[in-house]
Each structure stands twice: as C-alpha cells, then as structure tokens.
Write a protein that binds this ligand. Structure first.
Ligand SMILES: Cc1cc2nc3c(=O)[nH]c(=O)nc-3n(C[C@H](O)[C@H](O)[C@H](O)COP(=O)(O)OP(=O)(O)OC[C@H]3O[C@@H](n4cnc5c(N)ncnc54)[C@H](O)[C@@H]3O)c2cc1C
Length: 500
C-alpha cells in the first residue's frame, strides 16, 4: 500500500480505545509512531493530525526557498540514513518522512484532519479521553487512551506572529506572513520589504531576490548566521569509498555532533572568539567595506538564539550582487507606499513580508483537565522538559534549538518506550511525576533561563510554560550532549515517578 492508500484506509475507522494517542504527525509524531512499533511491539496507537497530511512544519510552511537550517543527517532520524546534501528543502524532508511512513506501515495508524480539542484525564478509569474535531466534516470524535504522547510542536500552525504596527491599513500593497504564503503572490519585478532577520527571512530572501526588483531585509537588530558549503566532507569521502549509507549516516552524525559540541562550548567559554569566527565568515562574502558592525553583529552572545546555516552564503551573495540589502532600523509606521522608519528614512514597497516569527502554543490549543479540574501547565514543574508534575501518563516532545530537534525525538521515544514497558512489567496503569521530599524547597524558575536561550516567541510565551527547578531532573536543559547519556540512565524507580 502506498502512503495515499494507507491514508484512505486509515480514515475509515474514526474512534476507539488505544494504548497510546499521539498528537501530531510532524517529525516528532512520525518518529514516536516508528519507535512504538519497534520498541513496544503490540502496543495499539493512533496519531491524530489536524492537517491533511504529515510533515507539520514542513507542510505548513510553503514560502519560496523553504529549507532546513540544520543538517539532515541529524535532523533526520537516527534509524533512516539521509543520503543527499545536508541542507534540505521542505519537499525533500516530506519525501523522507513519507518513506519512513511507507517503509514502516505507519499510514494506517494516522488519522488526518483530526484536530484534538480536549484531553481529560480520569483517575477513576486511569484513562485519557481525547476529543477531536474532524476538520473535513465538523464531526466530533472521541478516543480513549492510557497514555498521551504530545508531538504537537511548539507554535500555532494556523497563524504566525505579527507585531502591532501603526497604520498598517494605510499600506496599498500586500502584507504577507510567510506562515500563510498565498499561492497567487506575484513578486516578479516588485519591490519587497521583508521584516525580520531570522532563519525564515534568511531563507526567503535569496529565493525571491532573483525575480523581484529588489528585496530589503528590515531588522530591528542583527542575527548570527553560519555559512559554508552545502556538503559534509566526511559524507562525501565515505560515499566516494562506497561505504554503506547506514554507516555514512552514523559516522557523519557523530562528526557533525562532535563539531557542534566544540562550537557550542566555544560560545560559552570563549564567546568573543566564537563571535569572531561567525563574523569573519560573513565578511568573507561581503568584503571588508561592508558595514558588518551595524547589520550582522548581534548584541547577544552566539547561541542565545538559534543560529541559522546559510548554505553557500546565498543570502550574502544576494546582498553582494545588489539584489538584496539590509536596513537596521525601527518601524515608525506603515505608509501608503511602504514603511517610515524611526530614523526618518522611508522604504518603498509593493509587498511587505512579516517574517516576525511564531505564536508559542505549548499545548496544541488543547483544553486539558485532570479529574474535572482545568490543567494550567504553567503551574506544573517539568520533568526533564518532557513530563509535568501532577499530570499522569503524558509526555511532550520539545526538541533542541542548538542541535537538531529530531535528536531529542529519538531520545524521548527511547525513554517513553522504556517507561511503557516498565509499567507493563510492574503492572502499573498510571505514572505521575512528583517532586520528591528533597525537592520541596527547590526554587522554581521559568521554563528556560533567558541568559541561556531567549528567542522572541519563547520570551513572549514563557509565562504559559511549566516551571523548572534547579536540578537536572527538573530542567529542560537544551543540552543534547548531556541528555544522550542521562536519558538512557534515568532510573525509572526514582521517587520522581509515582506509579499506581
Ligand atoms: C520554517 C522552520 C524551519 C525550521 N528548521 C529547522 C531545522 O532546520 N532544524 C531544526 O532542528 N528545527 C527546525 N525548525 C524547528 C521545527 O519546528 C522542528 O524542528 C520540527 O519540525 C518540529 O517538529 P514537530 O513534529 O515537533 O512539530 P511540528 O512540525 O510543529 O508538527 C506538529 C504537528 O502537530 C499538529 N497539531 C498541533 N496541534 C494539534 C492538535 N490540537 N490536534 C492535532 N494535531 C495537532 C500540527 O498540525 C503539526 O502537523 C524549524 C521551524 C520552522 C518553522
């Protein structure tokens, strides 16, 4: 059965009881489904997905040039080799995920156009009751599950974040958010202003610069970028030696992770040197006369926000060729023909693209309750960024920012499968994380230390996220290199897990 046939087959049956319900069919949900079939054979499960197909981020975002900003050897799963150039388009990532679904017969487990609206835990029945709305028919459907595996990502797919600016309604051209890219947007020979300088802007600009009259990247403050060839030397060498792709995948992952670890350490231990490395690479493209200090030198330490990889320096090549330019300033207000800046300068535009980020959605906009009481995640404490105090039989997958998201998808899946197998072995129907006696005086802090990592969407939504403590068990530390050893060693008999 191909993926399409599997999807149709799956749609026939719409409700029921499952051992596990997985929310979302993005890279996390598909990974969770794969690991369940391999590590918890015989476990029944269903994946509920709002959209018409799998892919999550890679399906939602359709703007020109959409691609990964980290390499696919590590953004790909550890179990399926990535065999192409490391930076991949959304279409390539979707095709890779489609193969994972097809090769592992995951299709029949996925119900598309099922938007989960509520999840209610009953301690009497030891069950989650999960309600979803079928987006094709409007019908409400109900599932029950012993365990809820939340793979719904971290932002709202239905709309991106746009700050409020003055007089936006006066602008006569089109204003577009990249998360809702219109199919009919014609930017050929048009003057385009892209607001923002994150990964989305950096991807979009080179892709539209070729055809538009000119693209201006308008940023309030600069961002760090990494740049280099879209190739991994060791993978190329091993391929030339006709080494098996499974080996190439594993060795290349190790090499990339080794190098990333060294770079991450450098950003903490020698931030000025790390900064110099990043800026010299930009200067190599733009030349010594370009004002790198104003446009490409952020005020923050490298890695406090995600650093996007710019393959072959295409953004900088566009700037060098005069097809794109950077303006570092603030918006005073929109005008009929563009934007008036606080400096008094104006930017003329036919189209304004607001690459201004996401709206954080920690819980997939699902109404949660525990024994009839509404659940407020911000009143819980996180267990290693994946479970929450007082919330039974639930795991949330939140990946890495300084390394590929998917590395954590695999690690969390190993943990969940080990936990489910352990519960089966000891005959437990319920596991709830709880602070241990030694944790009761622990300071409770925001989910992530802003000194460590502080992207805008996270800062805007921090008050909605669970709290963290000051011990590794109660933190989401964003450190793959620590967690890769700590997760397999988690003692499931620890008093942080209360079994019933
Ligand atoms: C443009 C862009 C580029 C990125 N590039 C990279 C990169 O190169 N490397 C990297 O590591 N990270 C990258 N990220 C971060 C990226 O989001 C994650 O890496 C990863 O794709 C997230 O996967 P996910 O499956 O956890 O969540 P998502 O991709 O967000 O998928 C979640 C899925 O859950 C569904 N869902 C949500 N709520 C519900 C509900 N209530 N009911 C049913 N279904 C629901 C959504 O429809 C969606 O399909 C990027 C993000 C963006 C936006």
């Amino acid at each position: 059965m191909n993926v399409r046939q599997q999807i149709r087959a799956a749609s026939a049956d719409s409700t029921g009881h499952f051992d596990v319900v997985i929310a979302g069919a993005g890279i996390s949900g598909v990974g969770a489904a794969y690991h369940l079939t391999k590590q918890c054979a015989g476990t029944s499960f269903v994946v509920l997905e709002t959209q018409k197909s799998f892919g999550g981020t890679w399906l939602t975002h359709r703007y020109p040039g959409i691609r990964s900003d980290s390499d696919l050897h590590t953004f790909g799963y550890r179990f399926k080799p990535w065999t192409s150039a490391p930076i991949a388009t959304a279409a390539e990532i979707l095709s890779y995920m489609g193969e994972v679904i097809e090769e592992n017969a995951l299709g029949p487990h996925i119900r598309y156009q099922h938007k989960i609206s509520s999840a209610r835990w009953s301690s009497e029945e030891n069950l989650w009751t999960i309600e979803a709305i079928r987006t094709d028919t409007g019908e409400a459907v109900r599932f029950t599950a012993n365990f809820f595996w939340m793979c719904q990502g971290y932002y709202r797919h239905s709309e991106g974040y746009t700050p409020e600016w003055k007089a936006t309604e006066s602008f006569k051209g089109r204003i577009v958010h990249p998360q809702q890219w219109p199919d009919d947007l014609d930017y050929k020979n048009k003057k385009v202003v892209v607001i923002g300088s994150g990964a989305t802007a950096a991807t979009l600009i080179p892709a539209i610069a070729r055809d538009s009259a000119h693209v201006t990247m308008l940023q309030r403050s600069p961002t760090y970028f990494r740049t280099g060839r879209n190739a991994i030397e060791i993978a190329e060498t091993l391929r030339a030696l006709q080494v098996d792709e499974t080996w190439i995948h594993e060795i290349t992952r190790r090499k990339i992770l080794f190098d990333q670890d060294a770079f991450t350490r450098k950003t903490f231990e020698e931030p000025e040197a790390a900064k110099k490395d990043l800026l010299s690479a930009v200067e190599a493209y733009l030349g010594p006369d370009y004002d790198i200090a104003t446009h490409f030198t952020p005020k923050y330490r490298p890695w406090r926000q995600r650093i996007a990889f710019i393959p072959d320096g295409d953004l900088f090549q566009g700037i060098k060729a005069g097809k794109a330019s950077v303006v570092t300033d603030e918006i005073e207000r929109f005008t009929e023909t563009g934007i008036l800046l606080k400096s008094g300068k104006t930017l003329e535009a036919d189209i304004i693209i607001t690459a201004t980020g996401f709206n954080l959605s920690a819980n997939g906009d699902i109404d949660f309750s525990i024994d009839g009481k509404p659940l407020d995640f911000s009143q819980t404490v996180t267990y290693r960024g994946m479970m929450f105090t007082g919330v039974p039989n639930l795991v949330w997958v939140f990946g890495y920012f300084r390394a590929s998201w998917t590395l954590r998808v695999d690690l969390v899946a190993d943990f969940v499968c080990r936990l489910l197998n352990h519960m089966k072995d000891i005959g437990a129907r319920k596991v709830t994380p709880a602070l241990r006696p030694e944790d009761h005086n622990m300071p409770l802090l925001p989910w992530i230390d802003p000194e460590n990592f502080n992207p805008g969407y996270m800062m805007r939504g921090m008050h909605l996220l669970p709290k963290r403590g000051d011990k590794p068990e109660w933190q989401h530390n964003q450190d793959y290199w620590a967690e890769k050893d700590e997760f397999p060693a988690i003692d499931l008999g620890d008093r942080a897990f209360v079994y019933e």
